[in-house]
Design a protein around this ligand. Structure first.
Ligand SMILES: [Ca+2]
Length: 123
């Protein structure tokens, strides 16, 4: 998600958000709920005090590569997900209409009017 002109708040719609900080509110969003994916993968960054410089201008971040079998599965777990049927089939920006993809990440057909939010469509 980004801002095309690099200024102002983001204006997400038809999204499952964990916070609305820095966004323009939309009634089409679902906020602060578990999106209900199969296997979430928690990724956090912890900067130890011993790795920071006294001037606080730089920090050293040490990462550990994660093997592929430890990654999450972001398919929707069930139709009970708050992402189910909450997507948009099309949106118009500046007079240009963009339609949602007709198939999901697995090649499954998506609803053209009320797709699921995200890359996965529950059959
Ligand atoms: Ca799918």
């Amino acid at each position: 998600m980004g801002s095309a002109d690099g200024s102002g708040p983001l204006t997400p719609t038809n999204s499952v958000l964990q916070t609305t900080t820095g966004t323009t509110l939309s009634a089409t969003n679902v906020v602060g709920v578990d999106p209900g994916v199969v296997t979430p993968f928690t990724a956090t960054v912890l900067i130890e005090t011993s790795r920071t410089f006294p001037t606080f201008r730089q920090a050293v971040i040490v990462v550990q590569p994660v093997s592929l079998n430890q990654m999450g599965d972001y398919h929707l777990a069930s139709s009970a997900s708050p992402a189910s049927n909450r997507g948009a089939g099309a949106r118009t920006f500046g007079g240009i209409t963009v339609t949602a993809p007709t198939v999901d990440i697995d090649g499954n057909a998506r609803s053209t009017t009320q797709p699921d939010i995200g890359a996965d469509e529950i059959p």
